[in-house]
Write a protein of this length. Structure first.
Ligand code: CA
Length: 227
């Protein structure tokens, strides 16, 4: 099982991260202060990714990062930065972090970053299970869609349409393509079912349904993800 260290002194944030990482299939090791994090890393040399908060009761996250990097070049490190601390990103990357996530973050965003880092660390490329097209995050493993970090409730058919779009950004998909992929080759229904579902999807995901910008119409042909 892939192990992730979470260094965060705020218990509520730490538990929130832990619950979501466990759900995503990671084993989690927790630390509430910098020294504890360094000890846990020694106890578990197989930790692949470490998530480091910056403001901590003892040594800060940058110091922890420097300490880890001094002896471990291969572990992936993600800094948790506050939105008000723009400089943290730069400092974090200077001290050897690979990536940073700004608080408040959505669980899907953090999981996507860890997945990406784990693939880099592990050197194993696999099909992405998370597709991010701001403001949307599609989680193929859980079959869920989030917009700005908020879950959008979709039917299975709507989900299948969105997945098809997000896997083919910018590509014009004919209504026949969508019907065959989503409903299957043997489906005998009318093409109109595609339009009905698109209309419903737009109500759920577009900022302005009168002027859709995510699912756009390709006149006389079908639909496209993006403008
Ligand atoms: Ca903190």
């Amino acid at each position: 099982m892939k192990k992730v260290l979470i260094l965060e002194d705020e218990v509520s944030i730490r538990s929130f991260v832990v619950i979501n990482l466990k759900r995503a299939g990671y084993e989690t090791i927790e630390a509430g202060c910098g020294m504890e994090a360094l000890e846990k890393l020694q106890e578990h040399p197989d930790i692949g990714v470490a998530i480091l908060d910056i403001m901590l009761p003892d040594i800060d996250g940058f110091e922890v990062c420097r300490n880890i990097r001094a002896s471990n070049k291969s572990i992936g490190i993600i800094m948790l930065t506050a939105r008000t601390q723009e400089m943290d990103k730069v400092t974090g990357l200077m001290t050897g972090a690979d990536d940073y996530v700004t608080k408040p973050f959505s669980p899907a965003e953090l999981t996507a970053r860890i997945d990406a880092l784990y693939r880099r660390v592990g050197g194993v490329e696999s099909d992405p299970e998370i597709i991010v097209h701001e403001p949307f995050t599609l989680n193929i493993r859980n079959r869920t869609l989030e917009k700005d970090g908020r879950r959008i409730k979709l039917t299975q058919v709507e989900y299948a349409i969105i997945q098809l779009f997000m896997q083919n950004p910018g590509r014009a998909l004919s209504r026949e393509d969508i019907l065959t992929t989503v409903w299957g080759r043997d489906y005998n229904g009318e093409l109109k079912i595609v339009d009905v579902n698109i209309r419903r999807l737009r109500i759920k995901i577009e900022d302005n349904t009168a002027n859709p910008t995510y699912i756009t119409t390709v006149w006389g042909f079908g639909y496209k993800w993006g403008i």
